[in-house]
Design a protein around this ligand. Structure first.
Ligand SMILES: *Cc1c(COP(=O)(O)O)cnc(C)c1O
Length: 228
């Protein structure tokens, strides 16, 4: 059996166990295979084991893989997005995880309008207030969502965070719990283009704890492909 297949099977087991712990089933959790730095041959192996949601953090890399793989996978832009690059991916991605400024939301809206479509987005939260990381401060979340909820052609589907790097995943439990509370609280903000049911959090080192705390979408690279 290929290593990728073996890893995915193990991860699916772990997802199932963690989902049960939080009173849910594995069907409530979406596994995103993070394919940055991974070539199309290995990505095809991932598609063959049924992981069709792929996450890329760079526009250029997403585009070159899109050229080869087309829309067979479902593409997620999970990294920082510069406003001048939105135009290249607007017709290719199904979810942009990293909206953290009105300017970026406005630019996505502009291209969505041009394409005559609605683009789904998540609001990125800098949950631990790390200086080096993108994202909205937790206590600015409500105001930010209100600020961007007027754009007609973006749809705010939920929240995303990149938790701090930790040795022991338990160290992030508190951060994930803050995210869950924000998520539940913000779900109360209802607008024509706000309906929050995606909580994108958890990576190779901490996805089980993230799921126990309410994650609905985990982004896993190293755990599938080995270290980059
Ligand atoms: C690289 C990356 C991941 C995956 O990280 P791993 O530790 O390799 O699982 C998840 N989310 C984002 C935004 C990333 O850039």
């Amino acid at each position: 059996m290929s290593l990728i297949k073996e890893n995915v099977e193990q991860i699916r087991e772990n997802i199932k166990r963690a989902a049960l712990k939080s009173g849910r089933s594995e069907d409530d959790i979406t596994l995103i295979g993070v394919t940055k730095t991974v070539g199309c041959e290995r990505i095809n192996e991932l598609l063959d084991v049924g992981v069709f949601n792929l996450g890329e953090n760079r526009v250029q890399e997403l585009l070159s893989k899109y050229d080869e793989l087309g829309s067979r996978p479902t593409w997620h832009l999970i990294g920082q997005l510069q406003t001048n690059k939105v135009k290249y991916i607007a017709d290719k991605v199904s979810l942009i995880h990293s909206v953290d400024s009105v300017k970026l939301a406005s630019e996505i809206n502009k291209h969505a309008l041009k394409l005559g479509k609605i683009i789904d987005v998540l609001v990125e939260i800098n949950v631990a207030g790390e200086g080096t990381k993108a994202g909205i401060a937790p206590d600015e979340t409500r105001r930010f969502i209100e600020d961007i909820s007027g754009f007609s052609n973006i749809f705010i589907k939920g929240l995303m965070t990149i938790a701090p790097y930790v040795e022991n995943p338990e160290e992030n439990r508190g951060n994930f719990s803050i995210m869950r509370e924000l998520f539940i609280d913000k779900a109360l903000i209802l607008g024509d283009n706000v309906d929050m049911h995606v909580l994108s959090m958890g990576m190779t080192g901490d996805y089980e704890v993230a799921i126990e705390e309410g994650s609905t979408m985990v982004r896993i690279g190293t755990g599938i492909f080995g270290s980059r």
